[in-house]
Write a protein that binds this ligand. Structure first.
Ligand SMILES: Cc1cc2nc3c(=O)[nH]c(=O)nc-3n(C[C@H](O)[C@H](O)[C@H](O)COP(=O)(O)OP(=O)(O)OC[C@H]3O[C@@H](n4cnc5c(N)ncnc54)[C@H](O)[C@@H]3O)c2cc1C
Length: 611
C-alpha cells in the first residue's frame, strides 16, 4: 500500500482539498457575478460573514456584513465593476487549519486588477477581502516597464534629467496647475506624493516646515519611533537591513527628506495653506498658499488634507494659565529636558508623549510629577513586538517569507468588527507574561486598563487614536515612584503651582500639557469652513461605541482615504503602516479621476458626529 502511494505522481493525485474548495467557491462567485445575480452571490457567504472592499468594487473603503450586506454591495456595484477572472493566486497554496480554508486570490474588474484574500468555513465564505492594485492601461512604470532613463541617440534639443526636473518645478503651480494638492508633507503626504508621482498625476505636496522630516525633528529630543522597522517601510523603498529597529526621530526625519528627493516628490517647503474654497461649478478648489511668505492661489481639482492626526494639539484652557510664572506648553511644543534639570515639572496626561517626556525629564535630574486624568493602557515594547506584531512584522516573519505587501493584506483581511476577538487573546498573553510589572504599576496607584473590552492597544489606536503607552522604560519610573503620580483633572494654575480638582497643589516650574490631539476635520474647519468640517464630520474611529469612539458602527475608519461628503476633499494619514498601505488606494482613486476612469462610489460615508 505504501509503495503504491509512494509511486503516485502528484499530478495524478487530484487537487488538494483546500485548493479544490477554493476553486469551486471562486467558480460559483464568478458565475453569480456573470449572471448579475446578487442573491446567488450572497448565498455563497455564511450567515455571519464579512466582505471588505478596498476600492475594487465600491470605489470606496467599505465592509459589509452578512448576506444582506453582500447582496446590497453586489446590487450596487456589480454592473460597473464587472469583476471576473477570479482565481487562487498560483504562487500561494491555499491552507486549511481549524476548519478555516484560506487563500490568496486574483481577479480583474472592468478597469483594473485586484487581489484579495478569502477565508471559507466549510463551503461558505466567512471573510473576503478585495483590493484594487492597478488600473488597466495606467500600470506603474516598474520592473520590466521601468523608464530607460538615458535617451540614446543624438539630439540637438537634448534636455537632461535635471533640466527637465527644473523646468517641471518652475512650471508646476504657475503655468501648470496640480491636479492634486496635498496639504501636509509629513510621512503621509510624502508617501502619497511618491505614489502620485509614479502614477503620473500632477501633484504638489506642501508643508509649512523648512525641510521634509521637520515634523519629526521638531518633536522632543528623546523620541524614537514606537513601532519597529518592519512595520514602518515607505512605499517602493524599504529601509536597509541595518536600519535600527526603532528609528530615532532625527534619523527618520533624514530618511523622509532623502526619500522625498529620490522619489522625486514635488514638494514645496515653507508653504502654508491659509484658505481653501471649492467651486461646484468649476469643480475646482481655490487654495491660497503662502510660499516663502508670498501668496499664490493654486487651483487643484482634488484636495488632500494630510495634516496629521497628531497635528492639531488639544491645549486646555485653564483658569490661571495667564498667571503661571513658569514655562508651559503642549507636548508637541516640548523642546526636550535640557533646560529643566533640577526643576519641578508637572506633566498633565499619562499616554505615550507624557511617559516619554517624564522619562527624559527624570533622566536630566528634574523633579517630575505625572498627572493621570483617566486610565491608560500600557504594553511593554518587547512584549508587543513578540506577541502583537511578530507574526507579520518582525525579523522572523521576514525569514519565513512574509513580505510587507502580504503582511499588510493579511492585516487588512481581518474585518474591524471582529478584530478585537483576535486581539483579546494576544493581550491576555501579554498580561500573563508581564503580570509582575502590572502588579507593581497598579500598586503604585497607576490606573491601568486593557481597553473597554480587553482588546488592548491596536484597537484603542483604531477606535480613538489615544489612551496608551508603549513602554520603553518610563513606566518603571512611575512604578517605583521616581516619577511621582497625581490623579484627577487640573482645576487651575497659580503663579508657581498646578491645583487639581481635589485641591492637591503641585509646585511647578514647568507644565507640559500632554493632552493629545483633536479630530482631523478641525483642519478642514481652519482651512475651508466650519460648515464643510461639519458636513464631513468626525475623522478617525470605527463607531465601536467604546470610550471616545461613539456609535453607530461604521465598519471602517471614518473619512480616511476614501470619498467624503465634500466632493474632492480627502483625508490621509495615520501611522507609517497605514500611510504606506492606504496611500495606494487613495492614489488609485485620484489617478482614476485624473484619467476620467468612471469611479461610481458605493456607500458614501454617512455622518453621525461632527468631531
Ligand atoms: C510623540 C509622537 C510619537 C509618535 N510615534 C509614532 C511611531 O512610532 N510610529 C508611527 O507610525 N507613528 C507615530 N506617531 C503618530 C503619527 O504617525 C505621527 O504623528 C506622524 O507624524 C503622522 O504623519 P502625518 O504625515 O500624518 O502627519 P504629520 O507628521 O503631523 O505631518 C503633517 C504636516 O502637515 C503640515 N501642515 C499642517 N497644516 C498645514 C497647512 N495649513 N499648510 C501647510 N502645511 C501644513 C504640518 O507642518 C506637518 O508637517 C507619533 C506621534 C507623536 C505625536
Amino acid at each position: 500500500m505504501s509503495q503504491t502511494l509512494d509511486r503516485t505522481d502528484p499530478a495524478e493525485a487530484g487537487p488538494d482539498p483546500a485548493a479544490a474548495r477554493v476553486d469551486a467557491w471562486l467558480g460559483r462567485l464568478e458565475a453569480a457575478l456573470v449572471a448579475r445575480d446578487a442573491e446567488a452571490g450572497a448565498a455563497l457567504f455564511a450567515v455571519q460573514s464579512f466582505w471588505r472592499d478596498l476600492v475594487a468594487f465600491t470605489w470606496n473603503i467599505r465592509t459589509v456584513e452578512g448576506r444582506d450586506g453582500v447582496a446590497a454591495l453586489l446590487r450596487g456595484t456589480m454592473d460597473a465593476a464587472d469583476a471576473h477572472g477570479f482565481v487562487a493566486d498560483p504562487d500561494e497554496q491555499p491552507t486549511e487549519a481549524g476548519g478555516v480554508t484560506e487563500a490568496w486570490i486574483l481577479f480583474e474588474t472592468a478597469v483594473g486588477r485586484g487581489r484579495g484574500h478569502l477565508r471559507l468555513k466549510a463551503d461558505e465564505c466567512w471573510t473576503l477581502l478585495t483590493t484594487l492594485y492597478e488600473l488597466k492601461g495606467y500600470e506603474e512604470p516598474r520592473g520590466p516597464a521601468r523608464p530607460l532613463g538615458a535617451e540614446h541617440g543624438a539630439h540637438r534639443e537634448r534636455v537632461t534629467w535635471s533640466e527637465a526636473r527644473q523646468r517641471e518645478a518652475s512650471e508646476l503651480g504657475a503655468a501648470v496647475q496640480p491636479y492634486v494638492l496635498v496639504v501636509g508633507g509629513g510621512q503621509g503626504g510624502i508617501a502619497l506624493g511618491a505614489r502620485l508621482r509614479q502614477l503620473g498625476v500632477p501633484s504638489i505636496v506642501i508643508d509649512k516646515h523648512a525641510r521634509p522630516g521637520d515634523q519629526w525633528r521638531g518633536r522632543y529630543k528623546s523620541l524614537c519611533l514606537h513601532d519597529p522597522v518592519w512595520y514602518d517601510h515607505l512605499p517602493y523603498l524599504r529601509f536597509p537591513d541595518n536600519w535600527p529597529v526603532f528609528s530615532p526621530k532625527d534619523k527618520i526625519a533624514d530618511w523622509l527628506e532623502s526619500y522625498t528627493s529620490v522619489m522625486e516628490v514635488p514638494y514645496w517647503t515653507n508653504s502654508v495653506a491659509t484658505s481653501a474654497a471649492y467651486s461646484p461649478q468649476t469643480r475646482e478648489w481655490a487654495v491660497t498658499v503662502e510660499r516663502d511668505g508670498n501668496p499664490i492661489t493654486l487651483r487643484p481639482k482634488q484636495l488632500v488634507l494630510a495634516t496629521g492626526m497628531s497635528g492639531k494639539p488639544n491645549v486646555p484652557d485653564l483658569p490661571g494659565m495667564d498667571v503661571f510664572a513658569g514655562d508651559q506648553h503642549h507636548s508637541s511644543a516640548h523642546p526636550g529636558p535640557d533646560a529643566y534639570a533640577g526643576k519641578r515639572c508637572v506633566v498633565v496626561g499619562s499616554n505615550n508623549s507624557a511617559f516619554d517626556i517624564c522619562g527624559a525629564l527624570w533622566e536630566v535630574g528634574a523633579d517630575v510629577t505625572m498627572v493621570q486624568r483617566s486610565s491608560t493602557h500600557i504594553v511593554k515594547s518587547g512584549t508587543l513586538m513578540d506577541i502583537g506584531l511578530g507574526a507579520l512584522y518582525s525579523e522572523q516573519a521576514v525569514a519565513s517569507g512574509m513580505t510587507t505587501d502580504k503582511a499588510d493584506l493579511v492585516f487588512a483581511s481581518l474585518p474591524y468588527r471582529i478584530l478585537h476577538e483576535f486581539q483579546i487573546p494576544l493581550y491576555d498573553q501579554m498580561r500573563e507574561r508581564d503580570q509582575e510589572f502590572y502588579d507593581r504599576l497598579e500598586a503604585a496607584g497607576f490606573r491601568h486598563d486593557w481597553g473597554d473590552d480587553g482588546s488592548g492597544l491596536f484597537m484603542k489606536y483604531l477606535r480613538r487614536g489615544s489612551g496608551y503607552y508603549i513602554d520603553v522604560g518610563a513606566a518603571d519610573l512611575v512604578a517605583n515612584g521616581d516619577v511621582k503620580l497625581a490623579h484627577g483633572q487640573v482645576d487651575h494654575l497659580r503663579e508657581h503651582s498646578v491645583v487639581l480638582a481635589d485641591g492637591t497643589e503641585l509646585e511647578a516650574d514647568l507644565v507640559v500639557y500632554a493632552t493629545g490631539y483633536g479630530s482631523m476635520n478641525g483642519w478642514a474647519a481652519d482651512l475651508i469652513s466650519q460648515d464643510v468640517a461639519d458636513q464631513v464630520g468626525k475623522v478617525w474611529g470605527l463607531g465601536s461605541d467604546t470610550t471616545k469612539d461613539p456609535g453607530p458602527w461604521e465598519g471602517e475608519q471614518r473619512n480616511m482615504w476614501k470619498p467624503t461628503q465634500q466632493e474632492a476633499l480627502w483625508f490621509h494619514g495615520g501611522n507609517l503602516h497605514q500611510s504606506r498601505h492606504y496611500s495606494l488606494y487613495l492614489a488609485l482613486q485620484l489617478k482614476a479621476r485624473y484619467e476620467g476612469v468612471p469611479t461610481p462610489v458605493w456607500g458614501l460615508q454617512e455622518v453621525h458626529h461632527r468631531s
